[in-house]
Design a protein around this ligand. Sequence first.
Ligand SMILES: *Cc1c(COP(=O)(O)O)cnc(C)c1O
Length: 396
Amino acid sequence: MRDVARAAGTPTFVYSATSIRDAYRDYDFAFGELPHTICYAVKANSTLAVLRLLVELGAGFDIVSGGELYRVLQAGADPARVVFSGVGKRAHEIEYALLSGIHSFNCESESELGVLDEIAGRLGVRARFALRINPDVDASTHPYISTGLTEHKFGIGIQHAEGVYVRSRHYRNISAEGISCHIGSQMLDPAPMVEAAEKVLHLAAHLIGQGHDLRHLDLGGGLGIAYHPGDAAPDKKQFLDSLRDRLAASGLAILIEPGRSIVGQAGMLLTEVLYRKSNGAKQFVIVDAAMNDLIRPALYQSHHEILPVDRSDEISIVDVVGPVCESGDFFARGRAVAGARVGDYMALAAAGAYGFVQSSNYNSRPRAAEVLVDGDRWRVVRERESYADLVRGETM
Ligand SMILES: *Cc1c(COP(=O)(O)O)cnc(C)c1O
């Protein structure tokens, strides 16, 4: 990390290729003999080098925009392994996805089905869809990343789903291919995911009995990672074991859309201590990374371990804050951190998911560089933005 910081500067996101491969293979192993496709949720980390690694592993992809489709195609993904989720797909995005030949659309409303049918008809193609079911299950996670209750904007209420499948048969250019759900993110206890899957399996069996030709069941994403040292990430094999018999009995191909649990632990945000100061009793460590680089603490009150790079002694209780002009720009409050002298490097752990992708140019700060480490080699996979990048596309 010190070598990377010296050569590439800070703040920089650093990803481990080995960690990403291991997490992907854990899922693959956990599925075992079940027919399955692991559709990595691109929104967790959409950097081309990360997508390329997953293409090489044979992953499918779960996209939520035309931009994400463009990225996975750039990375060499097979469009036939891409599913398109999201509550507000625009016509030009649907058209792009149909022309690219993606596998299917996870549709979230009846009006979306109408638009999909109209566009598929105009292009002379058939569109496959799965309805995203809102199973009314509480994911018991942060309210901003909980999506499976009827009060949320996501999916089609489970009690309305059959009617939508029935009416979808009147459309001539779309066909029901599957059924899907996604109830939230960062679940340390997979029980709500199991409960949602059971409800959707039950519905799928009923629909198949009614003559709907469903081929796949999409379990969504959502398994959490350990941000706190005391947390235990759910075991992927145990999660699938608890559903294995019912999944196998359904006769359906199984899709899963993990994002965070593939890339989260693989990334760190490397930063340098700029200043130290105290205001009365409080001690501050001011670092060169900020909320524009990693917004998770400000947005979700999330915890990231702060690891010393240069020295592990000299522990002090401090607030670790960034340079942005907001009191919400902090990474830790009242935390014991080691090795935080001016000029030291520190690493914010578990920053591989929902990190760089949510970064911005707030305070006209160029976005960070990204580095991929593979074995004993590393390379910059995204250059740090320049000042010229900041004003690109603007006119006076
Ligand atoms: C965000 C999202 C995912 C990925 O969730 P993780 O918690 O990162 O695994 C999967 N599917 C859909 C539809 C999503 O919106």
